[in-house]
Design a binder for this molecule. Sequence first.
Ligand code: CA
Length: 232
Amino acid sequence: MNKLLILAVEDDVPVLNLITTTLKAQGYRFLSAQTGEAAVMETASHNPDIVLLDLGLPDLDGIEVIRRIRSWSNVPIIVISARSEDTDKIDALDAGADDYLTKPFSVEELLARLRVTQRRLALMQGAGAQESVYQNGELKIDYASGCAYFGGEELHLTPIEYKLLCLLAKNTGKVLTHKYITQSVWGSNWENDVASLRVFMATLRKKLEKGSGSTRYIQTHIGVGYRMLRVE
Ligand code: CA
């Protein structure tokens, strides 16, 4: 299962070494690049399964690297950013990145992100993405009838809660930013909608929490957005 090919893009050599040593120890295959141009080239020529991308590169802006890769590829991209690059991290997710790691990060965090992405990858490659019924742990969504169930019981959701749940479900494993969610659900990117989003998310969770607790399903990324996790 660990035979995936990972492209690690990082200009800080000690950090790059930490990443590649970790990948090697876990049996992943890997490539590395230290510039944005090299990252785009390696992605095009070797078609990696996952890209780990540092946002602060010497030549190209990391966001530009994501845009270039996204113009032809859906490869999952996990960005690596310093704490001072918080807005960059959100821009990176909006440009099409799937997840992020904040420096300094531990080996465990890196591996956890890779596992989440690997599950997302399996979902993207399997038939799951096209199916009319979504099943994740005790959560089930029947897209055709527009009904959602938890633990076999129908959830009584408002149209907006249902839309939110479907959006999260269809992007299981991917961190969705506040902006992306408000644009998709309300068709706007009005900053104030983030406050409404929190309210809707809180009531949606309360409805899911009847079972075993929605924190296992919907993860909050403070100041960034939300993610649906795949539950084993
Ligand atoms: Ca850097």
